[in-house]
Design a protein around this ligand. Structure first.
Ligand SMILES: Cc1cc2nc3c(=O)[nH]c(=O)nc-3n(C[C@H](O)[C@H](O)[C@H](O)COP(=O)(O)OP(=O)(O)OC[C@H]3O[C@@H](n4cnc5c(N)ncnc54)[C@H](O)[C@@H]3O)c2cc1C
Length: 377
């Protein structure tokens, strides 16, 4: 029996997971990336990522999240690596905030375990957060913190162990459809394959067949604030959090480096970038001042100024749901991009879906919402 040959273009978390799932199923995989595994120029780096099961983005994600959770555990055991710490997750805000309502509605619809803490209980259980008089916390026990750089590396290691050829520092500079599949070119080398999976993250529009996809590249900035009491902010005492306050909104991650918690501000905007290679690497002082004000107001255990700031590029679609499916207008090609700031936790199941599409042309997972050719606002 011949093994289908599949090229994966881009090995951020999504391409890495796809390469792993494909290789495990016997495909002959070549996975190429411009940079090194776990690099910090795209969307899959920055120390931590949120895993949540109660999903404000839509209850139809819940089955995908459950499967992703299983695959995260499988990757951990295959590679003897710790990637996901189930520290729980908080949504903090007024009971009328749309995200608080969406989280409660999703938990109720799927019968998911959760607790709603009133203001007094919220303050006594999680004093690391300042909770205003009219606010509550919804606690998701099936949430946790993921480690992005080791995750990408683990998936690629598992892919290689299953027979994939993983090629960092191989920017793909040519993709052409052939009579039987695709010819992928990198620096004068050619790879002839039966199917190609495009997983280029925010670089999607640089590849000719993807040039017209509705993806916008945005800059997301993360800030780390040192805490006075690191032990009180570690994952065993501080869950991940989505903070929704009338003055600020951010996601918040526990101390993993022994020093600082991380916040990713949402209320300061995620500006559009013309080109992911133009990602500014330095901090904007205005942004740092505004992020510091939010931390001072809502995170009482932090020191006043960030100790670290990092910038990332991510592709967004107009409805903020990914583009995942057969590439419109082409044969033997799958596209996976535009994860819109929430793709990391789902990357293992997206990898499984990418492998289904490359090997069988269809998947048992419901990905209607993610169809690349769907009508978008
Ligand atoms: C700051 C930040 C915080 C986030 N927080 C969360 C969170 O808490 N939880 C969550 O679930 N999600 C979160 N997300 C979203 C999630 O991290 C992304 O959706 C996910 O990492 C996207 O992965 P990717 O593989 O599509 O993209 P990338 O990681 O950018 O990977 C794309 C890869 O393709 C390569 N590439 C591109 N073009 C070529 C080419 N021509 N040739 C070869 N290689 C190429 C690039 O070098 C890159 O390695 C966050 C995103 C950011 C930026």
């Amino acid at each position: 029996m011949t093994h289908p040959r599949v090229a994966v273009v881009g090995t951020g978390v999504v391409g890495a997971m796809t390469a792993w799932r494909l290789a495990r199923r016997g495909a002959e995989v070549v996975a190429l990336d411009t940079y090194s595994p776990g690099h910090d120029r795209g969307a899959s780096a920055g120390e931590s990522r949120i895993f949540r099961t109660i999903y404000k983005e839509g209850p139809d994600y819940v089955p995908l999240l459950r499967r992703s959770g299983e695959l995260w555990r499988e990757l951990e055991s295959t590679t003897a690596t710790s990637l996901l710490t189930m520290c729980g997750g908080l949504t903090i805000g007024s009971p009328d905030h749309p995200d608080v309502r969406a989280v409660r509605a999703c938990a109720e619809e799927h019968g998911l375990d959760h607790e709603v803490l009133d203001t007094a209980e919220a303050r006594s259980r999680f004093p690391q957060h300042r909770v205003d008089d009219d606010e509550v916390i919804v606690l998701d026990p099936a949430a946790g913190v993921l480690r992005p750089e080791p995750a990408v590396q683990a998936a690629l290691r598992a892919a290689e162990e299953a027979g994939a050829s993983v090629l960092p520092y191989h920017p793909v500079d040519g993709v052409a459809e052939t009579s039987s599949g695709w010819r992928i070119t990198s620096g004068g080398k050619h790879f002839d394959v039966d199917h190609v999976v495009f997983a280029p993250g925010p670089w999607a529009l640089r590849l000719e067949p993807l040039r017209t996809l509705p993806v916008e590249i945005r800059l997301i900035t993360a800030c780390w604030f040192a805490v006075h009491d690191p032990a009180a902010h570690r994952p065993d005492r501080l869950p991940i959090a989505v903070r929704r306050h009338r003055e600020a909104g951010f996601s918040c991650f526990p101390v993993l480096d022994g020093v600082a918690i991380k916040i990713v501000p949402h209320h300061l905007g995620w500006p559009v970038l013309d080109d992911p290679d133009g990602l500014p690497r330095s901090a904007d002082p205005e942004f740092a001042r505004a992020a510091s004000a939010a931390a001072a107001r809502l995170l009482p255990g932090t020191t006043p100024h960030p100790v670290r700031i990092a910038t990332f590029a991510e592709g967004f679609t107009p409805d903020e749901h990914a583009l995942l499916g057969p590439l419109p207008g082409h044969r033997n090609a799958t596209v996976m991009t535009g994860f819109s700031g929430h793709g990391f936790k789902l990357a293992p199941v997206f990898g499984e879906i990418g492998a289904d599409l490359a090997l069988r042309g269809s998947t048992g997972h419901d990905i209607t919402r993610l169809a690349p050719g769907r009508r978008l606002p």
